[in-house]
Design a protein around this ligand. Structure first.
Ligand code: PLP
Length: 347
């Protein structure tokens, strides 16, 4: 038997565990477009409580959760303030411009947070018809492309204060907000408290196959429900998926700490490997970005050599790559990965 692949490209690659598959198979279901799926209804309540919001809505993906929120908060032509490295801007196929019709104003600190003073100076809520009104401020926690950073309240609250002063809503892309909560040893609701809406993905480190929620107050979620329908996100007997997400919330949250420890061990190993440099230093959560400066082994070759040894990583252009730890990679896999890197690069 060949060894299983060690797939570190993303935490989205996790497969449902046998216990999760069992709850999916046994799940009671109903038509969720009629609001009759008991598992979806229960999940929406549980996720809302976890995020400290009045209500939440189950949707197929993190992208849809973000895009519905953007649409529900803004008018076409509004300006949305966000970090240039945010998933919303870098990795959602231009949806904010194409669907909600908003334009982005980008600003950011290297850790993925927003500069509060600059945000305050950039907000426009006046009546001069030349200027686009600021419709929303978006943040991301953990911040994926800043290195999986966990932003603590002191990096969020000053921005929220500026937003409050000007009457602008704040949205959190909380795809991995539970990783942030575990890393910071805080309740998720503390991290979402400064925001009027927040998302959460079950299909990443939590290990469910599909699904996210967008959460907010009841009126906001009623608007989101309409956009979910418009975007084609009504899923009928979605209880099989919601049951997996509920199982993940019960069994896979505390264990995110293991992924963070594995990421740290892996980063230490990579940091000690010739020609590798950690882009953002040691990881705060489950992601490591690194660059390869080997004179003959470029990133494409490194990715291929690792794959030949059963290790998959996410190449991000000619010099940089990302590795992400998760539920399906244990400590033995981490040690094997470090060994594979050293074999290729120390040769
Ligand atoms: C921070 C962040 N937000 C949103 C998403 C989008 O999630 P999905 O792939 O489910 O659309 C991702 C996906 O990796 C992400 O990393």
């Amino acid at each position: 038997m060949t060894d299983p692949l060690i797939d570190l490209r993303s935490d989205t690659v996790t497969k449902p565990t046998p216990a999760m598959r069992k709850v999916m198979a046994d799940a009671e279901v109903g038509d969720d477009v009629y609001g009759e799926d008991p598992n979806v209804n229960a999940l929406q309540e549980e996720a809302a409580a976890l995020l400290g919001m009045e209500a939440s809505l189950f949707v197929p993906s993190g992208t849809m959760a973000n895009q519905i929120a953007l649409q529900a908060h803004t008018q076409p032509g509004d300006e949305v303030i966000a970090h240039p490295q945010s998933h919303l801007i870098r990795a959602e196929s231009g949806a904010g411009a194409a669907l909600a019709g908003v334009q982005f104003r980008t600003m950011g600190n290297p850790d993925g947070s927003l500069p509060a003073e600059e945000v305050g100076e950039s907000i426009y809520r006046g009546d001069n018809p030349h200027y686009p009104p600021t419709g929303l401020i978006c943040m991301e926690n953990t911040n994926n492309f800043a290195g999986g950073t966990a932003l603590p309240p002191e990096r969020i609250d000053p921005v929220a204060e500026k937003a409050r002063q000007h009457g602008v809503a704040m949205h959190l892309d909380g795809a991995r907000v539970l990783n942030a909560a575990i890393a910071l040893d805080l309740k998720p609701a503390r991290l979402t408290a400064p925001f009027q809406s927040a998302t959460l993905c079950f299909s990443k480190g939590l290990g469910a196959p599909v699904g996210s929620v967008v959460a907010g107050d009841k009126d906001f979620i009623a608007v989101c429900l309409r956009y979910r329908k418009m975007y084609g996100g009504g899923m009928r007997q979605a209880g099989v998926l919601a049951a997996a997400a509920r199982h993940a919330l019960e069994h896979h949250v505390e264990r995110l700490a293991e992924d963070h420890e594995n990421a740290r061990r892996l980063a230490e190993g990579l940091g000690n490997t010739p020609h590798l440099k950690l882009t953002h230093g040691l990881p705060e959560t489950n992601m490591i970005f690194f660059e390869c400066g080997h004179p003959r082994i470029g990133m494409e070759k490194l990715v291929a050599e690792l794959a030949a040894r059963g290790v998959l990583i996410g190449g991000m252009g000619p010099y940089q790559a990302r590795v992400v730890t998760h539920l399906d990679v244990d400590r033995a896999g981490i040690e094997k990965t470090i060994g594979a890197f050293q074999q290729i690069l120390a040769a």
